[in-house]
Design a protein. Structure first.
Length: 305
C-alpha cells in the first residue's frame, strides 16, 4: 500500500504554486490584498478515525475541530466550511447533522456548502474544507524555526490517548478523557495571539514527536526534545502514571490538537505553554530524559499508510 509520505512526494512535483507551500504545511495560503486566505482540508474515515459505533455527533465535532485546529496554527480566524458527506443510515445522518449544527454554532463558523455522495460500501468517509483569514504576516508555517529557538507546546498531551483506550475497552463513553478524544478543542484564540512571535507553528494531530520532526524537516534544522518536560494532565497521570514510558506514549500518539511552536528564548509568550525542547544544529529529531539520551521509538506518531 502506498504510504502518505510517498504519495505526497508524488504530488510535490507539480504542486508548485507558492500557496501550496511545497506541501510541507497543513494549509494553503493565498494572498488577498491586506489579508491571506487560509484553506485546509481534512478527512475522517470509519474504522480509521472513528469507530463504527461512534456517536455521530462526536464524529461531526471532531471533523470540524480538526480542520479548525489547522487554521489555529496559522493564527487565522475561521470564515466557513464546506462539507463532503457520504450518505448512509437516515438516523445516523440526522444525528451527524445535529452535531454539525452544534459544533459550528460553538465556533461561530458558517456552513457554506459542499457535496454528497451515496455510500456503496460498508465503510464511510467524510471530508471538510475550512476557510479562514489571517491578518498577521508572515503567516506561520512549519518552516522558519531557527537554531537557539525554544520548542513549546500548549496545554497537556495524552488525554486523547487515555480517552480512546477507555472507550475502546468499554469502560468510559463520557467524561473529560473521552471528550478529549471525541470532542477536541481547536485553540483558535491561542493561535492568533501566538502568530506574531512564533518562528514556526503547527497543531499536534499525529503526535508531538512526529510533528516536531516535521518542523525540523521543513525548517532544515534539528530539534531536541526533553521527555521529562512533556506536560501531562492529572487525569492522564492517574490513569497511566508519570513515567518515561507514559510520557513517551503521550508524545507519540496524537489527537491532542494542541499548538506546537518555536520562538526565540527571549519571547514573552501571550498564552500558557510548556518548553519541551530546543532547536539545534543538524537535522531530524533527538530525545533525552533530563540529562540522559533516549533512543527514538520505532514509530514517532500516527502515519496514514
Amino acid at each position: 500500500m502506498t504510504t502518505e509520505s510517498t504519495f505526497i512526494n508524488l504530488l510535490r512535483g507539480f504542486a508548485t504554486d507558492p500557496a501550496a507551500r511545497g506541501l510541507l504545511d497543513d494549509v494553503a495560503v493565498i494572498e488577498v490584498g491586506d489579508a491571506a486566505l487560509i484553506i485546509t482540508h481534512d478527512m475522517m474515515a470509519e474504522g480509521v478515525h472513528f469507530r463504527s459505533n461512534a456517536n455521530p455527533e462526536d464524529v461531526a465535532w471532531k471533523l470540524v475541530a480538526s480542520n479548525l485546529s489547522d487554521l489555529a496554527a496559522k493564527g487565522a480566524e475561521p470564515v466557513g466550511v464546506l462539507l463532503g458527506f457520504m450518505l448512509g443510515d437516515d438516523a445516523w445522518d440526522r444525528a451527524f447533522a445535529a452535531g454539525l449544527k452544534k459544533v459550528l454554532a460553538h465556533y461561530h463558523v458558517a456552513l457554506l456548502g459542499g457535496d454528497t455522495v451515496a455510500n456503496r460500501g460498508d465503510k464511510r468517509a467524510f471530508g471538510l474544507t475550512a476557510l479562514g483569514i489571517a491578518s498577521h504576516r508572515p503567516v506561520p508555517s512549519r518552516g522558519g524555526a531557527q537554531v537557539g529557538d525554544i520548542l513549546y507546546v500548549t496545554g497537556t498531551l495524552g488525554d486523547a490517548l487515555a480517552g480512546f483506550e477507555l472507550i475502546d475497552a468499554g469502560f468510559d463513553e463520557v467524561g473529560p478523557l473521552a471528550d478529549a478524544f471525541n470532542r477536541p478543542m481547536a485553540r483558535l484564540a491561542d493561535g492568533r495571539a501566538l502568530a506574531p512571535l512564533v518562528t514556526a507553528m503547527m497543531d499536534v494531530s499525529d503526535g508531538l514527536l512526529l510533528d516536531a520532526e516535521r518542523i525540523a524537516t521543513a525548517s532544515q534544522i534539528g530539534i531536541e526534545i526533553d521527555l521529562s518536560c512533556v506536560p501531562l494532565s492529572p487525569l492522564y497521570v492517574s490513569y497511566r502514571s508519570d513515567s518515561r514510558e507514559s510520557r513517551m506514549q503521550a508524545a507519540s500518539w496524537g489527537d491532542d490538537y494542541q499548538l506546537l511552536f518555536t520562538a526565540p528564548p527571549e519571547a514573552a509568550l501571550p498564552v500558557p505553554a510548556t518548553a519541551v525542547g530546543r532547536v539545534i544544529d543538524g537535522g531530524g529529531l533527538t530525545l533525552k530524559d533530563g540529562a540522559n539520551p533516549v533512543k527514538l521509538p520505532p514509530t514517532l506518531g500516527y502515519l496514514h499508510q
